[in-house]
Design a protein around this ligand. Structure first.
Ligand SMILES: Nc1nc2c(ncn2[C@@H]2O[C@H](COP(=O)(O)OP(=O)(O)OP(=O)(O)O)[C@@H](O)[C@H]2O)c(=O)[nH]1
Length: 394
């Protein structure tokens, strides 16, 4: 048997969960509905119990017995109304089951007390006791054990009182006893089934909630994994700028758009000069840091609408939509100067840093590869011409 099945197990006799914690949680979950159901049931029972005062009067008139009965009825109805109020406001089915049990004991005592006061109307009282037993089990919300104990108390003491005060013979007592046993069995079985069904429903609901929670967690986890994967696929791990493939996708879209809108589009190929020397002098790790700084400077030298990617090694590529050739040249010059200025920062200790940039302007017949090749050729022209320069041709 799985752990889950064990927890769902319900006691065959009491109709409660075997797991005490789960039982407590269940009772807490139905507390507010039990409170209002109890209040309503007690109001109803009080009205009915009080109305029997009219039949008392018809039968007894204004006699001593009538006043005794009236006093008892007022006491029972008063107690039930007070309890309806208290339970309605403070009743806690989980921790105060005894409070919910009180009205049953009071009602049972009241009903039994009628026997010595009105022994001649035993038949009516038998009907009332059977109805009361049903009400204990099915009308006034209570735990099965509480309802069963109160009903048994009512049945046994009523039987005893009938024999003592209403002259019921042993044969009559057996028949009455059988009737009361039947009423108890019917009430007990019905309430036990109800208790089981309600607890099974609660278990199913909880299982469903747990599964939904797990599902939500799983979805959250997958979404975060997806975001991480996208991040890894779209960004260069070292510098954080676009990966080459992601840049190509974005640049392709921008180039097409510029063609549709008939706006200029320029592309830079940027290569760090003598980076091998930097690596050899300062080590590969420092070289990585310098590369990251250069990427940052490039990014900050561009507009938010421009895109930058790492093309490979110490080579970067930049796409500039809506940019005229003159503006592109100016941006490239500024970018070159900003990289040079990096050398004078304390962090880089006057390390000589420069970049060579090839700038290509998109023509109508260009696709992205052609544009990149042209920018690359211009870049290598710049390298041949002594580096640290921007090369652009009409
Ligand atoms: N630290 C570091 N170095 C890299 C990385 N990628 C490429 N490199 C190095 O960059 C250097 C590029 O060297 P070359 O292609 O000879 O070019 P260069 O030394 O920059 O000389 P020019 O481009 O001709 O000015 C190589 O030593 C590569 O190992 C990287 O991610 N980190």
């Amino acid at each position: 048997m799985s752990q889950q099945q064990k927890q769902n197990n319900i006691h065959w006799l009491t109709g409660q969960f075997l797991d005490a914690d789960k039982e407590l949680k269940y009772r807490h979950s139905i507390e507010s509905s039990v409170r209002s159901d109890s209040r309503l049931a007690l109001l109803l029972v009080s009205i009915i119990f009080a109305m029997f005062g009219i039949t008392d009067y018809n039968l007894l008139g204004l006699t001593q017995e009538y006043y005794s009965l009236l006093t008892m009825r007022v006491a029972v109805v008063g107690s039930c109304l007070v309890l309806a109020f208290v339970i309605g406001h403070r009743g806690g089915y989980a921790e105060k089951a005894w409070l919910h049990a009180l009205p049953l004991w009071i009602l049972a005592t009241g009903i039994i007390l009628i026997v010595p006061l009105r022994p001649e109307s035993l038949l009516t009282q038998i009907t009332a006791v059977v109805v009361a037993i049903m009400a204990f089990y099915l009308l006034i919300p209570n735990l099965l054990t509480v309802a069963a104990l109160a009903s048994l108390f009512l049945s046994i003491t009523f039987l005893a009182a009938s024999m003592l005060y209403a002259g019921v013979t042993p044969t009559g007592a057996i028949r009455l006893g059988l009737l009361l046993i039947m009423a108890n069995i019917v009430g007990y079985t019905a309430l036990r089934r109800l208790e089981r069904l309600q607890r099974q429903q609660y278990s199913l609901l909880n299982e469903e909630r747990d599964q939904n929670r797990e599902l939500l967690q799983e979805i959250k986890h997958r979404k975060s994994l997806e975001a991480q994967l996208r991040m890894v696929a779209e960004n260069d791990a070292l510098t954080g700028v676009d990966s080459r493939s992601h840049f190509m996708k974005r640049a392709e879209a921008l180039l097409q758009r510029s063609r549709l809108e008939d706006t200029p589009f320029c592309l830079f190929m940027i290569d760090v000069d003598h980076f091998k020397r930097i690596n050899d002098t300062w080590g590969h790790t420092r070289g990585d840091v310098i590369l990251t700084k250069i990427a940052e400077v490039c990014q900050h030298s561009l507009r938010p609408t421009d895109i930058i990617g790492r093309f490979g090694g110490e080579e970067f590529v930049v796409g500039l939509p809506h940019t005229s050739p003159a503006d592109a040249k100016a941006v490239a010059e500024r970018l070159k100067q900003n990289v040079e200025a990096l050398s004078s920062t304390d962090e880089l200790n006057d390390l000589e840093l420069s970049v060579t940039i090839g700038v290509a302007v998109a023509k109508a017949e260009d696709d992205l590869d052609m544009l990149i090749t042209r920018a690359d050729n211009l870049l290598y022209e710049g390298k041949r011409d002594g580096r640290n320069q921007v090369v652009m041709k009409d």
